[in-house]
Design a protein around this ligand. Structure first.
Ligand code: PLP
Length: 360
């Protein structure tokens, strides 16, 4: 068996301990005589799995009682429409556009009401986070929308915008559980789990209870109403059961290693190693404004297309895979999520140094 260091932006690396545990339980989950994949979602075994997953997530993020936790399907992308359909009571929302994902969410919201862009960084290929200290927020906006970590461009909001009392809705797909967060600052925090938490197929939505009601846009499908899912505790229909089970194991893994303060420290150490190399390199350079850099996604370039290609090909031979950048940025991108070990980043930096010596 040969495991590589997988720098994919998503689906992405998972903790080896979690994968091994899941492998051990594959044929007989704790005396049930079956795999979690084969189990009824109404069984007591699965009931325990989903309730423990919710409990551990609540512990990790210190989620207060006035927030609901949902395990849904449809990816982060389905939330682009669920959010306006459930929240746009006055048919108005303000969007901060810091990348493709925020832009897609904004475009979707335009179908349901007046979705205004109140700040954007598109003028410089989304390589920075715009100033959000004093935004022209609409008086009657139902919510303010951000994509907190921009997976493609490698930027992150290090300070949340002042929403002047309006609910903040944040897509945290690629920074979910990477550091402590104050949930009370959010109306909705949501993300697909396939970047930093688990396998594709689960979307976690953490939503403040006062935002959940039967008063949704007319025509909203049953499956797209938050209230249907909160009333049924994420079991309105068959949930992505195996995915939720793996998420639960990742939550335990995080708790066992010391929770979000500890994973934040590890993430900072890993990112610092890579950024410090890039800042001192004569061949490679980061593409993002320093103060807005992400701890999770690190795009970088040589400035020469052929050299980028050569780097990606040679890295792959070293077992450093999925380093190709998104087509809209080019170059390389190293996604160094929670489950990427320090040794993986160290090996990448050692290889970068060698490549620079040979090609610089
Ligand atoms: C990957 C990603 C998405 C899209 O997620 P899907 O689950 O594929 O719909 C949305 N937002 C962000 C920030 C992402 O990184």
């Amino acid at each position: 068996m040969r495991r590589v260091y997988n720098f994919s932006a998503g689906p992405a690396v998972l903790p080896e301990e979690v994968l091994k545990e899941a492998a051990n339980e594959m044929l007989d989950y704790r005396g049930s005589g079956m795999s979690v994949m084969e189990m009824s979602h109404r069984s007591s075994s699965f009931e325990t799995i989903i309730r423990n997953a919710e409990r551990d997530l609540r512990t990790l993020l210190e989620i207060p009682e006035d927030y609901e936790v949902l395990f849904l399907q449809g990816g982060a992308s389905l939330q682009f429409s669920m959010i306006p359909m459930n929240l746009m009571k006055q048919r108005k929302a303000d969007y901060i556009v810091t990348g493709q994902w925020a832009k897609k969410a904004w475009k979707e919201a335009e179908k349901y009401g007046e979705a205004r862009v109140i700040a954007s960084s598109e003028d410089r290929t989304f390589s920075y986070i715009p100033d959000v200290s004093d935004l022209p927020i609409s008086e009657d906006a139902d919510y303010i929308y951000i994509c907190e970590n921009n997976t493609i461009y490698g930027t992150k909001f290090h300070k949340l915008p002042d929403t002047k009392g309006k609910p903040l809705v944040a897509d945290v797909s690629s920074c979910f559980l990477s550091e402590p967060a104050d949930i009370t600052k959010y109306g909705i925090m949501y993300g697909g789990v396939q970047k930093n938490i688990g396998p594709a197929g689960v979307t976690i939505v953490i939503i403040r209870k006062d935002l959940i009601s039967d008063d949704v846009l007319s025509g909203t499908p049953t499956m797209m109403r938050y209230k249907i899912h909160t009333d049924a505790k994420s079991l309105y229909n068959t949930p992505p059961a195996y995915g939720i089970y793996i998420c639960g194991k990742v939550f335990r893994w995080l708790l066992d290693l010391g929770g979000l303060p500890e994973i934040q420290k590890r993430n900072q150490t890993k990112a610092a190693l890579l950024y410090e190399y890039l800042d001192n390199s004569r061949l490679f350079s980061g593409t993002v404004k320093k103060k807005d850099r992400s701890l999770m996604n690190v795009p970088f370039v040589t400035g020469k297309k052929e050299l980028d290609e050569k780097f990606i090909a040679e890295a792959e031979k070293e077992g450093l895979v999925n380093l190709r950048g998104h087509r809209s940025v080019g170059g390389m991108r190293a996604s160094i999520y929670n489950a990427m070990p320090y040794a993986g980043v160290e090996k990448l930096v050692t290889f970068l140094e060698r490549f620079e010596k040979e090609n610089g």
